[in-house]
Design a protein around this ligand. Structure first.
Ligand SMILES: Cc1cc2nc3c(=O)[nH]c(=O)nc-3n(C[C@H](O)[C@H](O)[C@H](O)COP(=O)(O)O)c2cc1C
Length: 190
């Protein structure tokens, strides 16, 4: 099977954030599976000067990745019971290129609820973009103790298992929606 294009989007620019351990772990599993070509999006490397999705409000590097992507993985920490403004600003900078593509979401928090409120809040947003969200969330709690900070290795098997389950479901949806965008008539796909 031809590899599918996966954009892994880190949802925060916080210094010393723990979410990047999860995002990089997902990247490793995806690449090792042989199923995906991966682009890693770190918002700290992008320039988004002000709100909106007009040409000056976008970063062309992100525009290119969103057009290229056949599936997304949003990795969001939980900040005050929701996702960070950084992730919203990044997502908002694009509009039509998300339509009829799948997304999985990974939630991360230092507490026991593992970012579940951020994931639930993000579900409302991705629907408006035309993304189809999987039901296989990756939920990582105890973020300060979940990874070996030197090696990036996870300390719990459940993280690896939920990443594999989420990517498996994402792959199925990516294949089906890719077929649909190409073969099933829609005003959104020429
Ligand atoms: C502004 C801010 C708000 C936060 N609010 C919550 C919260 O509502 N619930 C929670 O479980 N953790 C909260 N946390 C802790 C994060 O879950 C923790 O930092 C975790 O490691 C994920 O964020 P990180 O990737 O920035 O490290 C908050 C952290 C910050 C910086």
């Amino acid at each position: 099977m031809e590899k599918l294009n996966l954009a892994i989007v880190l949802g925060t620019k916080r210094n010393n954030n723990k979410s990047h351990f999860v995002a990089k772990h997902i990247k490793k599993v995806a690449e090792e599976s042989g199923d995906w070509s991966v682009e890693y999006v770190d918002p700290a490397t992008l320039e988004l000067p002000y709100d909106g999705n007009d040409d000056e409000a976008k970063d062309p590097r992100y525009t290119k990745i969103v057009k290229w992507a056949e599936a997304f993985m949003f990795v969001t920490p939980e900040y005050n019971h929701s996702y960070p403004g950084t992730l919203k600003r990044l997502i908002d900078s694009e509009l039509n290129s998300y339509i009829h593509k799948p997304v999985s979401v990974a939630g991360v928090s230092s507490g026991r609820f593992a970012g579940v409120r951020a994931v639930a809040a993000l579900a409302e947003v991705v629907r408006e973009l035309g993304l189809s969200m999987t039901f296989t969330d990756i939920l990582v709690g105890d973020s300060y103790g979940a990874y070996d900070e030197k090696t990036g290795e996870p300390k719990h098997d459940y993280i690896q298992e939920s990443i594999v389950a989420s990517l498996t479901e994402l792959k199925w949806m990516a294949q089906v929606l890719k077929y649909g965008r190409k073969n099933v008539p829609s005003k959104y796909h020429k």
